[in-house]
Design a binder for this molecule. Structure first.
Ligand code: 2AM
Ligand code: CA
Length: 264
């Protein structure tokens, strides 16, 4: 399928930012053995990647607004369009030399997600989606997995760490999902988790306490791959609640039911 002009712009920007991250990732791997670690270096890498995305996207579409992880909101002259940008999703992985991280870019038109790109430079995997146009991994069409029974399913999640999220609730959810599924995975990048659901690699995914830039591109990716995505109540307020639940229709429904079980 031919790609639209806008998705090509997004691919160029995401791959340019991804190449910058890949160069910095090489250095981060070397810095693991130093006592101070690569912390400062990583935040510079993050900012460099965001600057590339901002420069590239605003050069080609001047006036569009931005919501970026590092720089926050930038209001443009065009209130109809907004970029949601996460220059480095999976920061903790990147910091530790684990090659599971991605650039994530989504475009909203009048509040509706219309285009999405997620790029993992370490694996050179490019995920794209356009509203009504399907979702692709490199040049291959993506479909969510067809499994309908949770006992056959691999389910992804994100586990809150020190100072973030509701640890007690996360443990309850983990216990309940592990008891009914064939395995839980924890990759550390919500953007890639959602891309993996779209690609049929994982059958479902849930996480809480996320920001709009973590999930925006992945939401469209899953929908265009034929999947369902909601917040943990089954509603559409993913950005407002920070919670996300994804899968095919049956697995999404099963996950919602489990996640709505009371704490004890
Ligand atoms: P990050 O790597 O860009 O920080 C891991 O569970 C997921 O949660 C990642 O997508 C990670 O994005 C995101 N995440 C980690 N800390 C976060 C925070 N304080 N707010 C929102 N999302 C966060
Ligand atoms: Ca993120």
């Amino acid at each position: 399928m031919p790609r639209s002009a806008i998705i090509n712009v997004m691919i160029q920007a995401a791959m340019k930012a991804g190449r910058s991250l890949a160069r910095d990732f090489g250095e981060v791997q070397n810095l693991q053995v130093s006592l101070k670690g690569p912390g400062d270096y990583v935040s510079q890498a993050d900012k460099r990647a965001e600057q590339i995305l901002y420069t590239e996207l605003s050069r080609v579409r001047p006036g569009y607004s931005f919501l970026m992880e590092e720089s926050g909101a930038v209001e443009g002259d065009d209130p109809q369009h907004r970029w949601l940008v996460d220059p480095l999703d999976g920061t903790t992985n990147f910091l530790h030399g684990i090659p599971i991280f991605a650039v994530s870019v989504a475009l909203e038109r009048q509040g509706t997600l219309v285009a999405a790109v997620i790029y993992n430079p370490a694996m050179d995997e490019l995920y794209t989606a356009e509203r009504g146009g399907g979702a692709f991994l490199n040049d291959r069409r993506m479909r969510v997995a067809a499994r309908r029974d949770l006992p056959d399913c691999v389910i992804g999640t994100g586990i809150p760490h020190l100072g973030r999220g509701h640890h007690g609730r996360a443990l309850v959810d983990l216990r309940n999902v592990m008891a009914e599924s064939s395995g839980i995975r924890r990759m550390g990048s919500a953007a890639l988790d959602l891309a993996y659901v779209a690609a049929g690699r994982m059958d479902g995914f849930w996480e809480d306490a996320l920001q709009p830039w973590d999930t925006a591109a992945g939401i469209l990716m899953v929908r265009e791959a034929g999947g369902f995505v909601t917040d943990r109540t089954g509603g559409q307020d993913i950005f407002g609640t920070g919670s996300v639940v994804a899968g095919n229709e049956a697995i999404h429904r099963s996950l919602l039911k489990i996640l709505q079980k009371p704490d004890s």
